[in-house]
Design a protein. Structure first.
Length: 358
């Protein structure tokens, strides 16, 4: 590598890769599930650097051999040029891998979708968003679990919460860009005169806590209320007080769950969401302290910000943060979200590089 700084940075990460690999081979480490999970996650991040470094080393060796033979054989001269281009590409990949990341990117995620302006139409749009995310998650080979849901009369959702678990990487690093207000323009099913209406749904995304011990909660700081679950129209769907709402008194943060049949299961799910919200609040406070550094990055914290418009008459999807626009809304709602989210990830990476330069 021509860049000495890049070489030194890669070397340091390869040393860390070897240390983490050695730690993971120790059976005693796996007795602590939280530590083992963090090490495994860090190893996966470092393995991407190690794999790219191995590819570069092999290309470098092949390139040197091709250059040596190029004077006697034109085919080797052409091969040397091809390998040189590949080396530049892999070196660029290594530089990208060295860009500082949000430490929460490697976590799993909890995503909440809430109906907003527009009544029943907004609740139906919330259901469309949920299906869009579920299809995208399935297409990536990830898994999802509905934690809680409150249905509307017409089959939509007043609000719905879902946990997302990625296969080989953190779900939060992808989904965090979905946080904000999603606006839809279309003719509602309740509209008899064919007029286009505008409504909106809000999306919140939280990084999930790895282990309960990571966010210590004193029982004396919690108020736990139980009540009966309700379905569409507000009717009771359970004859026992199985729904649970938990309030963290020091922060005022609440979480509730009525999706499961037992009070214990609902309490566990509500605690899971509560810890994620507290973790997100801590991250927001830390980000606010470093606002001068993060000011140019793609915003993910301001939940009142209108981030995207879904225009059905024009089959258009527009992301207002990055300027991304495409006329394949039907495909996006079918789960083809990679280009849309990818535009946010690229903008965020560029902002991080700029901040690093500053």
């Amino acid at each position: 590598m021509a860049d000495d700084t890049l070489t030194a940075s890669v070397s340091a990460l390869l040393d860390e890769h070897a240390r983490v690999q050695e730690e993971l081979s120790d059976p005693a480490v796996h007795a602590d599930a939280g530590r083992a999970k963090k090490l495994t996650r860090r190893y996966a991040e470092l393995e991407r650097v190690a794999a790219a470094a191995r590819r570069f080393a092999q290309l470098e060796a092949d390139h040197a051999a091709a250059v040596e033979l190029a004077d006697d054989d034109d085919d080797f001269a052409a091969e040397a040029k091809r390998l040189s281009v590949e080396m530049e590409n892999v070196e660029g990949e290594l530089k990208d891998l060295l860009v500082p990341r949000d430490p929460d990117d490697a976590r799993e995620a909890i995503i909440e979708i809430k109906a907003g302006e527009g009544g029943d139409e907004s609740a139906l749009f919330a259901a469309d968003l949920l299906r869009m995310y579920q299809r995208w998650i399935d297409s990536r080979g990830w898994s999802s679990q509905i934690l809680d849901a409150t249905h509307s009369d017409l089959g939509g959702y007043k609000d719905v919460s879902m946990a997302v678990k990625a296969k080989d990487e953190g779900a939060y690093g992808w989904l965090k860009f979905e946080g904000g207000v999603h606006r839809v323009q279309r003719v509602p099913v309740t509209e008899s005169q064919g007029r286009i209406h505008t409504s909106a749904a809000g999306v919140l995304v939280f990084p999930e806590v790895d282990e309960p011990e990571e966010i210590q909660l004193d029982e004396h700081d919690l108020r736990i209320d139980v009540y009966r679950s309700s379905g569409p129209g507000g009717q009771s769907v359970n004859t026992t007080d199985s729904a649970v709402r938990i309030t963290h008194l020091p922060t005022g943060i609440t979480a509730s769950c009525q999706n499961e049949k037992s009070q214990l299961q609902n309490k566990d799910a509500a605690m899971r969401m509560l810890r994620a919200r507290i973790l997100a609040k801590q991250a927001e406070e830390a980000a606010a302290e470093a606002a001068d550094i993060r000011r140019s990055q793609v915003r993910t914290v301001d939940r009142s910000e209108r981030i995207r418009t879904y225009n059905f008459p024009e089959n258009r999807i527009t992301d207002h943060r990055t300027g991304y626009k495409a006329y394949n809304l039907d495909q996006v709602l079918g789960g083809d979200l990679d280009p849309v989210i990818g535009s946010c990830r690229e903008a965020d990476k560029a902002a991080r590089l700029d901040a690093l330069g500053d």
